[in-house]
Each structure stands twice: as structure tokens, then as C-alpha cells.
Ligand binder design. Structure first.
Ligand SMILES: [Zn+2]
Length: 534
């Protein structure tokens, strides 16, 4: 007997042999028993999870000589012809290669005739989403008035591409991806039947690599048997699946999370020279980081059964000193990088760049951490504090307002680099103590020749700085050749709190949103412009 690939040899021939899609098989069995059939069914789901196998079993159930029956006999000439794909009344149409309206018109002619040998004419249209709009419209006419002896079974991996008018006339089944355990169990059964020795680690590897697709798992098992012979060997399978890279990925991740850039780049070089496909490595790496993130967030239970105790130990060590948000950031960096690498002609360059980003990416800090770092923990910025307690700020200097301006909505204070900013930087560079005092300021801005610094409530720097502000004013005046005023403010905790120093006309305090933005960006407010008055 000639060799038959496992996926075909072990294709399920009855509803009870289908793994993991009970919601479909039970519904169909009941519909057949109660004679409540629809005219059109839609099977959706990933590739290789049994859509067309199910459709064929359904076709046999309806056309078996002993049918319609929930258990087709698989012995009668009808059943055998359907299994072979040679039964006249069961047509399998590949939607991808019959997209035209002519194909569908032809089909509409055929459906008028009674079945030749069976009880039903069954049209299985695979990848139905590939049909053209005109073809869908032609199909719709048949679906609107289906002859009683006709049943359509549509299968698709991309249900969103199917017109709603078609969807609304189908009973829809969403097929599930298979779990690793379901696949492993099935592979074990095949190994027993094929008299091939298997071990849990080998089966785990194959089941994991199949990513929920039974067909893929069987193809992988085919390859593994071809490679290993009568007994599966985990090392050979690991090699076959390119999993030798797994160890390197683990090491690479550890380097990146610990900030060891040269080591990480050297490992990338190693992978590259050993002939690994960096696109594939990147995909595996994303999966690994995904697992690490799950492990950090939800513990080992989140990883499923595919992870061995050894792997778990390595993973737990890798994330021991890494915070969850850092892992999430790293995951996002990798995820985006992998997408770019997949499209690139020169993946090595992007792969290296991705590593640099992973190592040198802005370390994640939550807003509370940022605020705590600046002595702002628990500080609530007032919504709109008046600089003089309850007293409203005096209006900005009057200026002619053009007609056009008056139609514009008020804009938030805009940030502009002030011409005096460079001078300030020069002055501060020579006076590190002043610079240090200014560092924690919430805001600093110029208004004409007046320079204002705003501190958080309770910031001790405010008091010291207000004593030293004369020094800064003098230095700035000298540099600019014109008298400069320096002011110090402290954001009020409540409306009654007064600024530490308040000379000259009251200034608008920085908007709380702006103040927070400056904190996060580590920016300084250099100037506040009032809209419509400049
Ligand atoms: Zn039969």
C-alpha cells in the first residue's frame, strides 16, 4: 500500500472522530435526527482545524444509503464515493479559484436538478470569502429561494469579508482552535496506531508548534517520523522545529532585560551566522516574551501545559527582578520590531536595532512613580488656583483684538522657546547650585524680562531659591544688559494658600495639565502666551 500522509489517513470520518468541535457536531447530529436542516451553513475558523472535514462528514450523514443519519456508515457506495471526492451530488468548490460570477451562475443552473444518486445536493464552498461581489450577489439569489434538496456548506478563515446579506442566511458555526492537550492526545493515538514510539516531551513540542491546527500537527508528526524513524527523539524534533534557537532566545532576553547590550548584540550575530532566519527568531522571541509577561502577571498556571519544569525555572529567573510594566514595554518593542523585520529586506539591521531599543528603551515609570520621584507623591494639583487666594487674576494687558481673533476659541497656553532661554542655560551652567535648586521646579517661564519659577507645594527648594534669586537676577541682568526680575511661586495646596514670593502683577499659574505634562516629559515651561493678546 502506498504511503498516505497522516493528515489524510487520520482525517475524521464520523462526527464522533472530530476533535474539539462538539458544538458543531452535536448541533448537526440533532438537526439530522429531528429533520430540521438549514439550507446554508457557514463554518469559520483558523486553517487546519477541520472545517472541510466536518463538511464532508455532514455530506455523508445526509447522503449515506442508510441516511440521513447522525452516524454515516462509511461502507456504502455513497459514503465511500464522498470520502474519495467522486460523488456527483457532493460538490467541493474552491472559492479561491472560482471567484467569478460565471462559476456561480453555472452553479445556479445545476442546483435546479434533483440529486443523481443521493437525497441531497451538497455544495461545499471553501474559502468562500474569495468570491467576487457579483458572485456573491448571484449566490444570494439561490440562497433566497433554495430548492429543498440543496444544502450549502461554506467554509472561511476570514468571515469579516463575507457580505452581511449572505451571513444572515446561514447558520454560522465558529470552530475553535484546538488546545495543546487535545492535539497531543491525538498525536499520541496516531503514534500508537503507526507503531511509533513517543514520549511526552516530543509530543509536547509538536503540539505546541502546531498552534491549534490539527492538520499542521499531523504534518509535523509526518516530518518527525521521517526524521526519527520508529521512535520520536526530542532532540531531533527540537532541531527540526528550529527550537535550538529557544535557548539562545532565553539568553538574549536575559541580556536585554539586564541591560547587557554588547552581549545581546553578540548573540544576535551568532544566530545570524549560524543561519537562523531572524524573522522566525523574532516571532519566537515575541512568543517567549508574551509567555514571560503572562507568567509575571498571572503565575505559571497562565502558561498552560506545554512548558516543562526546566523551562519554567529559566523563565522565572529571567523575570525575577523585572517589573511587569517593563515587560509590557519590552513586549511592545519586540512586537513592533518583529512586524518591521517581517517586511524588511535586511532583517539583521532591524534585528540589531530592536535589541538596542530593548536595552536602551525609556525605562517605564508609572505616573505615581514619576510624581514620587519628584517629591510630588500625593500632591493634588489644584484645578485653577488663583495666585492670590480667592482673588481673581488681573486681566492680561489690553491689546487690540482683531475681528478674526474674536471668533476663535480660546486655546490652551502654548509653549514657545523664549529668546532668553539660551542665556538662562549659560548662566545656570556656571552656577550648578542654582541649577540644582531649579531642577525640581514645576514650571519656569519668561514674561518680558521677568523670569518666574513655580515649585510644588512644600518643596523645600522654593525657600532656598527665593533667598538666592537675587544672585540669578543679577547674573541674568548682566548677561542680557537689562534689569531682570526673578520670581518664585509655590503652587497653592488650596485656594487660600499664597505664593512664597509675589512681586509685580499676578501671573496666570501654569495649567495643572501642563504642569503634569512637564513633569512627565521632564520639560520646563519657558513662556506662557495668552491667546489673542500678542
Ligand atoms: Zn453510508
Amino acid at each position: 500500500m502506498s504511503y498516505q500522509v497522516l493528515a489524510r489517513k487520520y482525517r475524521p470520518q464520523g462526527f464522533d472522530e472530530v476533535v474539539g468541535q462538539e458544538h458543531v457536531t452535536e448541533t448537526w447530529k440533532n438537526a439530522i435526527l429531528k429533520n430540521r436542516l438549514h439550507h446554508a451553513y457557514l463554518l469559520t475558523g483558523a486553517r487546519g482545524i477541520g472545517k472541510t472535514s466536518l463538511a464532508r462528514i455532514f455530506a455523508k450523514a445526509l447522503n449515506c444509503e442508510q441516511g440521513p443519519t447522525a452516524q454515516p456508515c462509511n461502507q456504502c457506495s455513497n459514503c465511500r464515493a464522498i470520502t474519495k471526492g467522486s460523488f456527483l451530488d457532493v460538490q467541493e468548490i474552491d472559492g479561491a479559484s472560482n471567484t467569478s460570477v460565471e462559476s456561480v451562475r453555472e452553479l445556479r443552473e445545476q442546483v435546479k436538478y434533483m440529486p443523481a444518486a443521493g437525497k441531497y445536493k451538497i455544495y461545499i464552498i471553501d474559502e468562500v470569502h474569495m468570491l467576487s461581489n457579483a458572485a456573491f450577489n448571484a449566490l444570494l439569489k439561490t440562497l433566497e429561494e433554495p430548492p429543498p434538496h440543496v444544502v450549502f456548506v461554506f467554509a472561511t478563515t476570514e468571515v469579516h469579508k463575507i457580505p452581511v446579506t449572505i451571513l444572515s442566511r446561514c447558520q454560522r458555526f465558529d470552530l475553535r482552535r484546538l488546545s495543546q492537550a487535545q492535539i497531543r492526545e491525538h498525536l499520541e493515538k496516531i503514534c500508537r496506531e503507526e507503531k511509533v514510539g513517543s514520549d511526552p516531551a516530543s509530543l509536547d513540542l509538536l503540539a505546541r508548534a502546531a498552534e491549534g491546527s490539527m492538520r499542521d500537527s499531523q504534518s509535523l508528526l509526518d516530518m518527525a517520523i521521517g526524521l526519527c524513524g520508529d521512535k520520536l527523539q526530542v532532540e531531533k524534533i527540537r532541531e527540526m522545529l528550529g527550537l535550538a534557537a529557544a535557548t539562545l532566545i532565553e539568553d538574549l532576553t536575559a541580556d536585554c532585560l539586564q541591560g547587557k547590550l554588547p552581549e545581546a548584540l553578540a548573540k544576535a550575530e551568532d544566530l545570524y551566522h549560524r543561519g537562523f532566519d531572524l524573522r522566525q527568531i523574532a516571532v519566537q522571541w515575541v512568543e517567549y516574551l508574551h509567555d514571560l509577561t503572562l507568567l509575571k502577571a498571572a503565575g505559571p498556571a497562565a502558561l498552560g501545559e506545554g512548558v516543562t519544569a526546566d523551562q519554567l525555572a529559566v523563565m522565572e529567573k529571567a523575570i525575577a527582578s523585572v517589573a511587569l510594566p517593563d515587560l509590557q514595554i519590552a513586549f511592545q518593542t519586540l512586537y513592533r520590531g518583529t512586524e518591521e523585520i517581517a517586511r524588511s529586506e535586511s532583517p539583521k539591521i532591524l534585528f540589531d536595532l530592536m535589541i538596542v531599543k530593548l536595552v536602551h528603551g525609556t525605562p517605564y515609570q508609572s505616573l505615581p512613580q514619576l510624581l514620587a520621584g519628584k517629591g510630588l507623591a500625593g500632591a493634588s494639583l489644584p484645578a485653577s488656583p488663583g495666585p492670590r487666594g480667592t482673588q481673581a487674576p488681573s486681566p492680561a494687558p489690553a491689546a487690540p483684538v482683531s475681528q478674526a481673533d474674536s471668533f476663535e476659541a480660546p486655546a490652551p497656553a502654548a509653549l514657545h522657546a523664549h529668546p532668553n532661554s539660551d542665556v538662562l542655560d549659560r548662566v545656570l551652567k556656571k552656577r550648578p547650585q542654582l541649577q540644582a535648586l531649579l531642577a525640581p521646579a514645576l514650571a519656569r517661564y519668561w514674561e518680558g524680562e521677568r523670569f518666574t519659577v513655580v515649585f510644588a507645594p512644600g518643596a523645600f527648594e522654593a525657600e532656598i531659591f527665593s533667598e538666592k534669586r537675587g544672585v540669578l537676577a543679577e547674573a541674568l541682568s548682566q548677561e542680557l544688559g537689562t534689569p531682570v526680575q526673578v520670581e518664585v511661586r509655590q503652587e497653592a495646596k488650596g485656594r487660600s494658600a499664597a505664593p512664597v514670593v509675589d512681586q509685580g502683577p499676578p501671573l496666570p499659574p501654569p495649567d495643572p495639565v501642563v504642569a503634569q505634562a512637564m513633569e512627565i516629559l521632564n520639560a520646563t515651561l519657558q513662556e506662557v502666551k495668552t491667546h489673542g493678546h500678542e
